[in-house]
Design a binder for this molecule. Structure first.
Ligand code: ADP
Length: 433
């Protein structure tokens, strides 16, 4: 602006100077004509520059600002600088927006923005998936016309968003969503959606686990408590033989509880993230221990044999866990095979990987139960499992040990004919001599 006034004053001074010189030289009229001509040329030039500037203003896209001359050069330079800054700001904003969009696309949770009238303004792909919406088709549509569960309508209209809402997914049967509304800005609302199916499953498993453990503990505790009460009340009159039998039965129950606690501790240790030790476990030694323990458990009621195909070699892993897993499979075979049955333990190396199997001709398992056998506390026949001292955790322990050794378990069984449990260790864990 100062520049503009400076030039205006300069022009007036120029005309005055021309008039003064003209007057002094007695050439006032020609001097004034000369001055006016120059001013006219200046003003034509101004018009020309204004025209160029106007054309630039009306141009679309990112046309370069004209350069201009004289006082216009200064003005255009200033405008060009401002325009450059604005363009940089626009680009910066665009790239920020793009990054925001990318982040929202990558978000594992759904986000949806709605207006004060509950019309959909924007949503990310996860919200589309969770709510079964289409990011292009459904913009500006009332959300309640598209997500029609009554509990959602009630939650949205209640205005009380302190607690999130859990409801079945409108489009994916069997999945559960958690929705939370967050009011913001000018009466707008942010709807956050999260798939909590897995969380719910874990919570149910946790609840079932606590209920199962309590139940398993309660039975022996009740029995022990009953015996102790009887002994307390009737000890003086109770024949010694009967008192001793009560004590033995109470002891049996405490052994059962001890076994349960041991198995629970084993499971919990297996579930921690501590890496599996990579000891060289001598298979000859391990198989002999399992054989001796199986025979001891059977006490001569079954024919137990061990076959080793070729040199037994070694396994890379945790000796204690492997002994527990293979031992559990062998002890199950004893417990679920009637007296007089046959149990076969086998070890062989197939395609570089170790294969251990336990085959029995016991009661067998109905195919419907097989996929669930490794779940904690899953039993085909609860009574039989308890009678034989089972905790319902044996195969869950086997599963965890095998997972930690990248091994697999295959169960083949036929009710009334017997079962075969086969464990396969990968070649990288099998050392052959
Ligand atoms: P449990 O302590 O009850 O034996 P497990 O986890 O070891 O628990 O086994 C789960 C269930 O699998 C058992 O209750 C039993 O019904 C079945 N089972 C396991 N091994 C055998 C087998 N060799 N023959 C028949 N049933 C078996």
């Amino acid at each position: 602006m100062r520049e503009f006034w400076f030039r205006a004053v300069l022009r007036i001074a120029f005309v005055a100077l021309c008039a003064l010189i003209g007057y002094a030289a007695d050439l006032l009229v020609p001097a004034l004509i000369f001055a006016c001509a120059l001013l006219l040329i200046g003003s034509l030039r101004d018009q020309f520059e204004i025209g160029r500037f106007d054309r630039w203003l009306n141009s679309t896209g990112e046309a370069e600002l004209p350069e201009g001359g004289g006082q216009w050069e200064f003005l255009f330079a200033k405008l060009a600088r401002r325009e450059r800054n604005a363009r940089h700001q626009r680009e910066d904003l665009r790239s920020r927006l793009e990054r925001m969009r990318e982040a929202s696309r990558a978000m594992p949770d759904g986000t949806l923005i709605m207006s004060r009238d509950e019309l959909i303004e924007w949503l990310n792909p996860m919200a589309e998936e969770h709510l079964g919406l289409d990011g292009r088709r459904d913009i500006a549509m009332p959300i309640l016309n598209l997500v029609r569960q009554p509990e959602f309508a009630e939650y949205l209209q209640s205005g009380e968003y302190g607690e999130p809402l859990s409801m079945p997914s409108p489009r994916q049967p069997g999945r559960t969503l958690q929705l939370r509304v967050v009011p913001f800005g000018d009466d707008q609302k942010l709807l956050l959606t999260r798939d909590i199916t897995q969380l719910e499953k874990l919570e149910t498993m946790r609840r079932d686990f606590v209920a199962n453990v309590s139940h398993e503990m309660k039975t022996p505790l009740t029995v022990i408590h009953g015996f102790l009460e009887t002994l307390e009340d009737a000890l003086p009159d109770l024949p010694q033989e009967q008192a001793l039998s009560f004590i033995r039965m109470a002891q049996q129950q405490s052994v059962r509880m001890q076994r349960l606690v041991d198995d629970l501790l084993t499971l919990s240790a297996l579930e921690t993230d501590t890496p599996t030790p990579e000891e060289q476990v001598d298979m000859r030694n391990l198989l002999d221990i399992v054989l001796v323990e199986t025979r001891a458990l059977s006490s001569g009621r079954h024919t137990v044999s061990l076959t080793v195909d070729g040199a037994p070699g070694a396994l890379l892993g945790c000796a204690r866990d492997l002994r527990s897993a293979l031992g559990n499979l062998a002890s199950n075979a004893v417990r679920y095979t009637p007296d007089g049955g046959t149990l076969k333990l086998d070890w062989r190396v197939v395609d570089g990987g170790g294969e251990f199997s336990v085959t029995d001709n016991g009661i067998g398992i109905d195919a419907a139960h097989i996929p669930r056998l490794t779940e904690r506390f899953y039993r085909v026949d609860r009574g039989r499992s308890r009678e034989t001292g089972g905790t319902g955790l044996g195969l869950a322990i086997v599963k965890h040990v095998l997972e930690r050794h990248q091994a697999t378990l295959q169960i083949d069984s036929e009710p009334g004919r017997g079962s075969r449990f086969t464990v396969r260790f990968p070649a990288r864990r099998t050392l052959t001599c």
